[in-house]
Design a protein. Structure first.
Length: 240
């Protein structure tokens, strides 16, 4: 088996990389808590001769009690995880086409809490099929991403959490790709020092992974050299 023939094993995190959990939770929070704030504002208006102006914040800042109530609402929803939007329209189908063409072995990772209805694994599989990925392999995780990457022998792990990427590079031989959707100047400094590759969208991640050689615009360092090392390690194992 040559390096070109070796099948890459790539893990993709779900929420924040492919599925837009943040938008769904924001909508649910607005449904729950803006009504309460509106009722409070109305009570103040009724009590005062000149009602104050109480604008709602652009993004809801939830208290610990509100956060707990929100997650209880999610847990009580039927098949909540099947109703999310994609982070980028068409990204799942694009990944499916690329994985088929490049012969990648793809596993989807998620730490979603359970809800009413189907299991998290089945909901996630159904969502991926709805968006164009046939026969998806979904692994529901509870431990460190690095330990999982080492145990399942991944070559690349794609995550939107900096801490997850650090675990991967610290605890396994896999390369880590951080999908960072905040401004570039807010990327943690250690990300580049530890060889984590930083991209700003899932599409950019797929474009990097689709290159045979290290692309000139890679914002991180060492991804493709580490991939080549992973391929050589895999070839050595197969040759034994």
């Amino acid at each position: 088996m040559t390096g070109a023939d070796r099948v890459l094993r790539i893990a993709f995190d779900m929420d924040g990389v492919l599925a837009d959990m943040h938008a769904a939770l924001s909508i649910e929070a607005e449904r729950m808590f803006t009504r309460e704030e509106a009722a409070t504002a109305q009570a103040l208006e009724d009590a005062l001769e000149e009602p104050p102006v109480l604008p709602l914040p652009a993004q809801l800042a939830l208290t610990a009690e509100q956060t707990e109530r929100l997650w209880r609402r999610v847990a009580g929803a039927h098949d909540f995880w099947t109703g999310l939007a994609e982070t980028e329209p068409g990204i799942v189908a694009r990944l499916a086409q690329m994985a088929e063409r490049r012969r990648w072995e793809v596993i989807f990772l998620t730490q979603r809490p359970p809800t009413r209805g189907s299991t998290v694994q089945k909901q996630t599989q159904a969502w991926l099929r709805q968006h164009g990925y046939d026969c998806p392999s979904v692994y529901t995780t509870r431990g460190s991403r690095g330990a999982i990457a080492a145990a399942l022998n991944f070559d690349v792990v794609v995550d939107d959490r900096y801490e997850g990427c650090v675990d991967v590079v610290d605890e396994s031989n896999a390369s880590a790709v951080l999908v960072w959707r905040l401004p570039d100047d807010r990327v943690p400094a250690r990300a580049r020092r530890t060889g984590i590759t930083v991209v700003h969208s899932a599409r950019e991640c797929l474009a990097l992974l689709d290159h045979d050689d290290e692309p000139p615009r890679a914002t991180g360092t060492g991804l493709f050299s580490r991939l080549r090392q992973a391929i050589r390690r895999g070839n050595s194992r197969h040759a034994r």
